[in-house]
Design a protein around this ligand. Structure first.
Ligand code: SGN
Ligand code: CA
Length: 560
């Protein structure tokens, strides 16, 4: 569907004639607010109805859902931060925009949606997590974090800071909203704007805001059904990852129990590090020296102590008030085995959901501001995350896999005007569709080269004829932290075919894989029964394989 067709759809949806729509857009196109959190699972947004979210509701995000369209089949192409952000900015798949893995990669010769919006008269801004190893392109205003950024007193770089990151006092989620509002306050009201609000929260290590450190302390979060998954019937990848709550979730940094390490002379080691830095040693050399002298627990405790030392005395006092007593009780109980895992899960969920609480507050603050300024009725507001996240499903945290919890991402679109409110869409959409959608909103023709398609025709909850029936997924970041093997695959509305491939490294050495998984998501929504190779499913398997092959050929995929 081209841009003109989409406009016709949009006009139908809004109940205005196409001429009126054109006239309106000739006057002033709609504004765009794209709110994107980092690692926010759909399971923890109450509008999605998951049992977890019932215990920790998100009234402000829900407000957006009741006024807009909630997408139940929204996915990413590559479940990782930088690749997802590159899909958002370019409307291209990872291998087309260059950002396949977390580190370097973005091909800056590709046009960003911000550049096109800017060229067509939009005032453009991005605040919060940018994360790509290139300067923000096409923005009039930016205030972006240093890499992943810090929860407390993070550093921001702006157009005026001459490349320098400057520390600001406060909590990241609130500061990012402040910067969004600052941009809105200073903008030229005669021109349309597009504002990308990219939160750091709720990324690992899930540090909540001071005022919420006791929130949910009395709530017992239920384990997901698949918490004790034994990975039977699956390829080796599901079992060989390193992202379990039991083994990889760290008690000191992830779960904030500094009290586990006693008698470490922090001042001494901080002085040593300062000396080594003066001598010009690289980060890696410093890490090596520390590991030559300290146990892994001591190194982690030192790292955590250094992180906490970034807090102001007031923040630190609140922090200690929130955690010290609880931690002491935990240490005294000396939990082991299953009891310890249970405790880890509860602390993980509580901290993660506390971070979400501030996100929800701040989404509310931004929505209130837009309302107060009379902007609600001429602004498209989107809420999404850079990917999904595991809340203990399969025993995991983190993302990366093509299984539903990380492949899926929350997506809510509030379109102004007379569009039907509070509806659901079950159509297959993907993060490469955002750029074409925003161009469509602005009435800008989508470049031929963009792979995504505009979502505007879906805003009445139906699936237009000719819409895609399959989605392509590709994860490349291996070997890397969490050791999730490379894989690609296809999904339709019911089935999913995944292909894990490639040489094994590190502890996977010698385990070179070429292995398939097939799931019937209707009968097996938790993806526990791999049907690949089963005679009864041969036809379905073949159909999905043909589609996968077609994607690989059409998209010129160069590894699988
Ligand atoms: C960090 C995290 C990982 C996480 C990646 C990518 N470790 O490395 O757990 O998978 O970021 O996350 S941490 O100990 O530094 O928190 S992403 O959201 O940026 O893709
Ligand atoms: Ca992320």
């Amino acid at each position: 569907m081209d841009s003109k067709q989409s406009l016709i759809y949009a006009a139908m949806l809004t109940g205005v004639s196409l001429t009126a729509c054109h006239r309106e857009s000739a006057q002033k196109p709609l504004n765009i607010v794209h709110i994107m959190t980092d690692d926010h699972s759909f399971q923890t947004i109450s509008a999605y109805g998951h049992p977890l979210s019932k215990l920790a509701p998100t009234p402000n995000i829900d407000r957006l859902a009741t006024q807009g369209v909630i997408f139940r089949r929204a996915f990413v192409e590559n479940s990782l931060s930088t690749p997802s952000r590159a899909c958002l900015m370019t409307g291209l798949y990872s291998h087309q925009n260059g950002q396949r893995q977390l580190g370097k990669g973005i091909d800056t010769s590709k046009v960003f949606v911000s550049e096109l919006l800017h060229e067509h008269g939009y005032q453009t801004a991005v605040v919060g997590k940018w994360h790509m190893q290139c300067e923000p392109k096409g923005f009039d205003y930016y205030s972006v974090l240093d890499g992943q950024g810090n929860y407390y007193n993070p550093k921001f770089k702006t157009k005026d800071s001459k490349g320098e990151y400057i520390r600001e006092e406060g909590y990241a989620t609130r500061l990012i909203t402040d910067h969004a509002i600052e941009f809105l306050e200073k903008r030229n009201p005669d021109k349309p704007f597009s504002l990308f609000v990219h939160h750091k929260a709720p990324h690992r290590n899930w540090m909540p805001e001071g005022k919420y450190l006791d929130l949910y302390e009395d709530v017992e979060f239920p384990y997901p059904e698949t918490f004790n998954d034994d990975y039977k019937t699956r390829c080796s990848a599901a079992g060989s990852q390193e992202m379990t709550i039991e083994h990889e979730m760290n008690l000191i940094v992830d779960l904030k129990v500094a009290e586990l390490v006693e008698n470490l002379d922090f001042a001494h080691w901080n002085d040593r590090i300062a000396e080594w830095q003066k001598e010009g040693l690289t980060q890696q050399q410093i890490r090596q020296r520390l590991s030559d002298n300290l146990t892994p627990e001591q190194q982690t405790a030192l790292q955590w102590q250094r992180e906490l030392s970034q807090l102001t005395p007031e923040q630190l006092a609140t922090w200690n008030k929130g955690y010290s007593e609880k931690n002491k009780q935990f240490v005294a109980r000396n939990l082991k085995g299953e009891e310890l895992v249970k405790w880890k899960y509860q602390r993980y969920l509580r901290d993660y959901l506390r971070c979400i609480k501030t996100i929800d507050d701040e989404v509310g603050r931004l929505l209130d501001y837009l309302e107060k300024e009379g902007l609600t009725e001429n602004t498209v507001i989107v809420y999404t995350s850079d990917q999904g996240f595991y809340m203990g499903e399969h025993g995991w945290f983190d993302k990366r896999f093509m299984y539903e919890e990380s492949f899926r991402t929350p997506l809510i679109i509030r379109y102004p005007g007379h569009v039907q409110r509070g509806i659901e869409s079950n159509t297959l959409v993907q993060n490469i569709d955002y750029a074409p959608t925003y161009l469509d909103v602005a009435g800008i023709r989508k470049p031929e080269s963009m792979s995504g398609v505009s979502l505007l025709p879906l805003l009445n909850g139906t699936t237009p004829e000719g819409w895609r029936e399959y989605l392509y997924y590709h994860y490349y970041d291996y070997p890397a932290v969490h050791q999730v093997r490379r894989h690609d695959g296809v999904r339709d509305n019911r089935y999913k075919l995944i292909h894990f491939y490639g040489e094994g490294y590190g502890k996977d050495k010698g385990n070179n894989i070429d292995c398939n998984e097939l799931y019937d998501l209707q009968n097996d929504p938790h993806e526990l029964n791999n049907l690949y190779g089963r005679k009864e499913f041969a036809e379905i398997s073949e159909r999905l394989q043909d589609r996968l092959d077609k994607f690989r050929t059409d998209l010129k995929i160069d590894e699988y």
